[in-house]
Design a protein around this ligand. Sequence first.
Ligand code: KIV
Ligand code: ZN
Length: 515
Amino acid sequence: MSQDKLIIFDTTLRDGEQSPGASMTKDEKVRIARALEKMHVDVIEAGFPIASTGDFEAVKAVAEAVRESTICGLARSLEKDIRCAGEALTAAESSRIHTFIATSPIHMEMKLRMTPDAVLEQAVMAVKMAREYTDNVEFSPEDAGRSETDFLCRVIEAVIDAGATTINIPDTVGYNIPHQFGALIATLRERIPNADKAIFSVHCHNDLGLAVGNSLSAVLNGARQVECTINGLGERAGNASLEEVVMAVRTRQDIFHCDTTLDTTQIVPCSKLVSSVTGFPVQPNKAIVGANAFAHEAGIHQDGILKSRETYEIMRAEDVGWKASRMVLGKHSGRNAFKSHLRELNIEFNSEQELNEAFSRFKELADKKHEIFDEDLHAIAADTNWSTENEFFKLISLKVCSETGEIPAATLVLEIGGEEVPAAATGGGPVDATFRAIETVVNSETRLQLYSVNNITSGTDAQGEVTVRLKKDGRIVSGQGADTDIVIASANAYINALNKWNKIQDREHPQRGNV
Ligand code: KIV
Ligand code: ZN
C-alpha cells in the first residue's frame, strides 16, 4: 500500500493547447474537461484567461461544467492576469490560480529585462493578489531548470510566506537530466525553511525525450504533484505524458511510495478524445495508448502470453481502458439500443436534439456500412458535437466528378452565416477541387499545411477520418471530419477547421514577452 497521494495536474487544455494546431474551442475544452473529471484528475488547468475573450470564456465554461476536479487558470505575475483568472474561475466548486514568473538569468535579462530583486518582489505581489480570490495558489518559477539554486530558494521561501500552497518547478525548455532534476527537488525541499508548508510539483518538457523520466525522478525525491498532458501534448516536443507517469507509478509500487487516485480505465478513451479533437494522431508504438502498446507480434511472445500473460505483459490492457473492437450495432438497431451503447461508451450529448441528430447519422451510416463499431460511434459523436456548435460554415451538398482523362470538378452548396451559397471549382484531384470550391466563397487566405486520412475501423466500407491543418499569420488550426466517403469527410474536415478559425481569436501567448 502506498503512503502518499500523488496529485495529477493535467494541463492538456493549457500547455497542451499551446502545441501549434492544437487550439480547441470552448465546447471541445468542456468535453475534454469532463473526460478528465471522469478519470478523477485532481487539478485541470483549463487555460490562460487573459489570452483572449475565447480563452476566458472557455475557462469559465469549464469551471461551470466540472464539479469534482479543481479548476485552475494560468496567470503571469501581473495584476491584470490575476484578476482575469480570478474572475474566470468564480463559478468553480474548487479553484486554483497558477501564477508564474521567470527566474533563470537568461529569461530575467533577455525576456523580462528585470533584476532578480524586482522579479522576487513581483512574484510575492502576484501570490498575495491571487490569495484574494482563492486559498489554493500555485507559483511557478519559470525556467527553474536553468535557474540558480540560491535565487530559487529565496523566491520560493518568499512566495510560500506570501501564501503559495503549491510550488511548481518547471523544466521549461526540457534541459534537465533525471538524476540532476531529482537532486534539485531534494535540495529545494531541504534548504527552504518553510518547504513543508507547500506541496512540491514538477512540470517537465520533453525536448530531450526526458519529461517523464525527470518527473518520476522528482517524485522519488519528494514531489507530490506532477503536471502532465494526455498523449504528452504540449509546446514543442510536448509535456510529460499523463498516461506514462500514472502507469509507471501504479505499476512500480515497489519503487514509488505514493500513488494517484486516477481511474486508469479512462486513459484510452481520454487519449482517443484528445487525439480526435486536436487531430494529433497517437503514434502506434506510443507507451500505454499506442495501437500496438499491447500487441504481440513475435510468435515466441504470443506463445509466452498464451501460457502466462505475465511473461511479456507488465500491465493489463483493460486496466488502461483498451477494449476489443466489437460490432455493436447494425441497421436494424433502434434508438434505445443506440442510446444504451452510447451510455456504455460514456458518450454524452448536451441535448435531446443532439442525440436525435446523432441517431440519424447512425442510421445513415448503417445504410452504407453493415457493422457499426465502437469507433464509429465515437466518430459520430465527435461529428455531431462539431456540427451542433453553432457553426458559421456548413456543408449542405457536394457533388464531385472524377474520371480518367478528365479534370476533377467539385460543385457544392455551403451555408455561410445562415445563407446558402453555391460554389464550384476544378482541381488536381477530387479533394483539391473540393477545397478550391470552398475557398472560392470563403476566401480564408489560409494555407493547407497537412492533409491526412485514417480508416476508423478495417474494411473498404470503413469510415475515413480526415484531418486538415490550416495556417495563417503564424497561427495553425486543425479540423476533422469522418464519413464513408472520404471526399465528404475531407470537405467536413476543411469546414471544421474554418469554423475553428472563426472561434479562436488572436491570443496572447503566456510565455512570450511579459510585464
Ligand atoms: O513550461 C513552463 O514553464 C510553463 C509554466 C507556465 C509553468 O508552462
Ligand atoms: Zn510548460
